[in-house]
Write a protein that binds this ligand. Structure first.
Ligand SMILES: NC(=O)c1ccc[n+]([C@@H]2O[C@H](COP(=O)([O-])OP(=O)(O)OC[C@H]3O[C@@H](n4cnc5c(N)ncnc54)[C@H](O)[C@@H]3O)[C@@H](O)[C@H]2O)c1
Length: 376
């Protein structure tokens, strides 16, 4: 099997987990690790047992001194854009942690380069794409279990870790904005779920600052997305404070509905209804005995990994790695490539414009809004 040589950037909280997992893949060789804190990176490399791996402080040095095929980016948000563009311009495939970029120009350049150079594969790590509950839910929407979905709500309220060396998550110049810092996970879920039925056409958003932990950009967001078929999505986001991890989902359709509440006891977290099952009553699949041969219903078992599960990081990281390596080896674009996932980023830029100028922003962005997005 071909050995993919990887240049891995960023050995912090998420990076060290990914590096450990990635180094277990037999087809992968970690050629060089880039981290501006080389002492810390050397420690991580040693702990993982990567004897042949070099450590440098800059991607440019790694490119000059080593041969590799893939650049794997897990540095803080504001470096994703520039580092991915350097990598792509040097003919490397790019795995990029979310957000793809913190400037609209870098976001556009990533799309342009990968569209012109089809042989270059890319992926933005919208990790809930790999979650079993989200996959089961997407199959339900696709198979019209809920009929036509009219309303959907997915929240992301979670106090991001700003301890010690993670203080960068407070600053606009490194973190970018709160959507890129985490709320885009909820947006990605909304987009993936609704993609079977319709496409987003406009965004209205408000944002505010809690002034609690000192976030420079607004940590609180309310984002309303209108779809071509008239359906509407709402996302309530807050990266500053929350009691628990709020990933609330509420789907309401013409013949069914679904609720996931991450902050109640496990057996009551999920409930759904459908006009053909149990006489249309709300059922709790982890609690109730549901008498149906419907495979979509049967996929909900108490062992199912939920999006708020403690195992999420470990398990989904492996799936994400596998997914990207398959995209590279099969020369097929991932649905998470810079181009294919661009609507998630566009909704983020539209939300920022909407909040700043108090207006409804059409998708795709008009020429005028594109210019305004460059000034955000
Ligand atoms: N997809 C997900 O669910 C998920 C989860 C957590 C974090 N993330 C993303 O992962 C990234 C890293 O987050 P984290 O929590 O691990 O942060 P972290 O602060 O723990 O780690 C960042 C690492 O990057 C290094 N670094 C800083 N500037 C650098 C530069 N210019 N070049 C190379 N390395 C540099 C730091 O020394 C540190 O080792 C962020 O973009 C974050 O959004 C994604």
């Amino acid at each position: 099997m071909k050995k993919y040589k990887v240049c891995f950037i960023g050995t912090g909280w998420m990076g060290s987990t990914q590096l450990r997992k990635l180094s277990n893949f037999s087809e992968v060789e970690i050629t060089v690790v880039v981290d501006d804190n080389t002492t810390k990176a050397e420690k991580v490399v040693k702990e993982i047992g990567l004897k042949e791996t070099s450590v440098v402080s800059k991607l440019e040095d790694a490119i000059e001194r080593y041969q590799f095929d893939i650049v794997w980016i897990v540095s803080p948000n504001s470096f994703h854009g520039k580092q991915s563009l350097i990598a792509l311009r040097n003919g490397k495939h790019v795995f990029c942690e979310k957000p793809p970029a913190t400037t609209y120009q870098d976001f556009c350049d990533q799309i342009e380069i990968t569209t012109k150079n089809k042989e270059l594969k890319s992926m933005v790590d919208y990790i809930l794409f790999f979650n079993p509950m989200e996959i089961a839910l997407k199959n339900m929407v696709r198979n019209n279990f809920f009929g036509e979905v009219h309303q959907i709500q997915v929240n992301y309220r979670h106090p991001v870790n700003i301890d010690d060396d993670k203080k960068w998550k407070l600053s606009k110049s490194i973190m970018g904005d709160a959507l890129g810092m985490g709320i885009n996970h909820a947006i990605s879920v909304i987009v993936f779920l609704m993609s079977a039925q319709t496409t987003p056409v406009s965004v209205y958003a408000t944002s505010s600052n809690t002034n609690i932990r000192g976030f420079e950009p607004d940590p609180v967001w309310n984002i309303m997305i209108k779809f071509e078929n008239g359906a509407t999505a709402i996302c309530q986001g807050n990266i500053d404070i929350e009691n628990g991890y709020d990933l609330f989902h509420n789907i309401a359709g013409s013949k069914g509905g679904f609720i996931f509440d991450s902050r109640v006891d496990m057996d009551r977290k999920i409930r759904f209804w459908n006009s053909e099952i149990e006489k249309g009553k709300w059922v709790y699949p982890f609690l109730d005995k549901i008498s149906t041969g419907n495979k979509l219903v049967q996929s909900f078992t108490p062992k199912m990994m939920l999006p708020d599960s403690g195992d999420v990081l470990d398990h989904q990281v492996e799936r994400a790695i596998e997914h990207f390596l398959t995209s590279v080896s099969s020369n097929k674009d991932s649905p998470l490539s810079f181009y294919e996932s661009k609507i998630i980023g566009e909704i983020g830029w539209a939300a920022q414009l909407s909040s700043k100028y108090d207006k409804i922003v059409k998708l795709p962005l008009t020429k005028e809004d594109q210019e305004l997005a460059k000034q955000l």
